[in-house]
Design a protein around this ligand. Structure first.
Ligand code: 5AD
Ligand code: SF4
Length: 453
């Protein structure tokens, strides 16, 4: 007599980090699926909870410790619950996570995410908790990804490099993700083709310091050359890439962006600060004048380009005068988007040796001042688009008004459509009829000539 198969076990993955981190989470999700796991509808209903963690600021780590504390309660009631921790904090804390959080069964470091699913099953068999960490500074072969497991059908993320060989004084990334190691072109293109073949029309290339892609490979290929190759892949309509650091950006890249129509006119180009003294203490390798020069080059070579930045307020020793230089840079550059962070000490970084001497309330008020200046700039940039025609790649229901679809313009500005218009993955042309805080309202019926490229 046949017995009914047990119901498939359910996994819940919770992510805390950057896009590279999310992509590693997608790999783990695909691997779990291959082994018969299905996605759980919520953490509460999961047989396995995976925390995919970030170490870039203390706050991200604190959240994970507190989530682990809450899960311990549940595990007392349900001892079969499995818990795994992957990502940057797993790499940084390693075995300490097993010691401090008895609820955790598996810890996998940044180069071992490919082993997560296997190790979870091993723990189920042996009952022995495990950690798998590897020195992140060696070579690395990307495991072959199940590209059908991804958040959005129309968007494919592709990792082109691992780690970073800079030593910005505030940054934990080189220690948790190791030195730069580039993925070879053939393997990148193969993954792009598989993604495009599976319906991904927007390809997002990811690297911590993507402008230097190729420097560790034989023949030293370059990012502009890679963009040209990705540009030829049938089915790819939009190409984006992250992150472009000012110390490594080169003119041929800007020229390639200007020339290749499917490479989007948007550059995430973190300045971090506007004061030369602070930039020096951050070991950034450029000064304000150089940053501004590069902004000029980008705007001259890529017509209409929009720029985005990351900024840190409250870096050790930041004086009122130095902060004023940061604030004035916001108005001078006019970024379309700024991600603003309060400085957070990271153990093992060069800046950790400096006193974290900007008091929290000062960090908060400087953060608020930058955000306020940025909002004004953003509002003006969005207002300037009213009356123009844009192409929107629809992502899905708008977060604020789910009855409407929202998506991104070529310039990566957020656009919402009228009720009933568009569906996820569709490209729609329309006219910007209105701009509100952070959003362009686009009317597809008002496009001049439907179907125009
Ligand atoms: N404190 C605050 N923000 C940080 N970032 C990186 N390290 C720190 C830190 N120690 C910010 C930088 C980086 C972004 C991903 O996070 O702005 O570009
Ligand atoms: Fe990404 Fe850096 Fe956070 Fe790691 S520490 S998840 S590389 S942002």
């Amino acid at each position: 007599m046949e017995t009914a198969a047990p119901p498939p076990r359910r996994a819940w993955i919770e992510a805390f980090g950057c896009q590279t981190n999310l992509l590693d989470g997608e790999f783990a999700a695909g691997d779990l699926r291959r082994r018969g796991w299905v996605p759980a509808p919520s953490a509460e209903e999961a047989d396995l909870v995976v925390f995919n963690t970030c170490s870039v600021r203390q706050h991200a780590e604190d959240k994970v410790w507190s989530r682990l504390g809450a899960l311990a309660e549940r595990k007392r009631r349900d001892p079969s619950l499995l818990v795994a921790v992957m990502g940057c904090m797993a790499q940084r804390e390693g075995e300490e996570i097993l010691r401090r959080a008895p609820v955790v069964d598996v810890v996998v470091g940044t180069r071992r995410y490919g082993d997560l699913a296997r190790l979870v099953e091993e723990v189920e068999g042996t009952g022995r908790r495990v950690s798998a960490l590897r020195d992140p500074s060696g070579g690395f072969e990307e495991p072959v990804r199940d590209v059908t497991v991804r958040e959005q059908v129309h968007r494919g993320w592709v990792s082109v490099m691992r780690g970073c060989s800079h030593r910005c004084s505030y940054c934990v990334v080189p220690s948790v993700r190791g030195r730069q190691f580039d993925r070879d072109e053939a393997s990148i293109l193969e993954e792009v083709r598989r993604l495009a073949g599976d319906g991904a029309t927007e390809i997002f290339l990811l690297g911590q310091n993507i402008n230097t892609w190729g420097r560790t490979l034989p023949g030293r290929p370059t990012l502009p050359a890679l963009l040209r190759r990705v540009h030829e892949v049938p089915g790819v309509r939009r190409i984006r890439f992250l992150t472009s650091n000012p110390m490594d950006i080169e003119i041929p890249l800007l020229d390639a962006m200007g020339e290749l129509p499917r490479v989007m006119p948007y550059l995430h180009f973190p300045a971090q600060h506007g004061s030369d003294a602070v930039l020096r203490r951050m070991y950034r390798g450029y000064d304000r004048a150089r940053y501004l020069e590069l902004v000029g080059e980008a705007r001259a070579r890529v017509p209409g380009i929009e720029l985005a930045t990351d900024l840190i307020v409250g870096f050790p020793g930041e004086t009122e005068e130095e902060f004023a230089a940061l604030l004035s840079l916001v108005r001078e550059v006019r970024w379309t988007m700024a991600f603003v962070f309060k400085y957070s000490v990271r153990p093992g970084t060069a800046a950790a040796a400096l006193p974290d001497d900007v008091p929290e309330p000062v960090k908060s008020s400087r953060h608020a001042a930058v955000m306020a200046a940025q909002s004004e700039v953003e509002a003006a940039l969005l207002a300037a688009r009213v009356g123009t025609e844009v192409e929107v790649l629809v992502d899905g229901p708008s977060a604020k008004r789910p009855e409407r679809m929202a998506g991104r313009t070529a310039h990566h500005q957020l656009a919402v459509l009228p009720e009933g218009a568009g569906g996820p993955g569709e490209y729609l042309r329309g006219r910007v009829v209105r701009a509100t805080a952070r959003v362009l309202h686009v009317d597809p019926a008002a496009a001049a000539a439907p179907g125009r490229p």
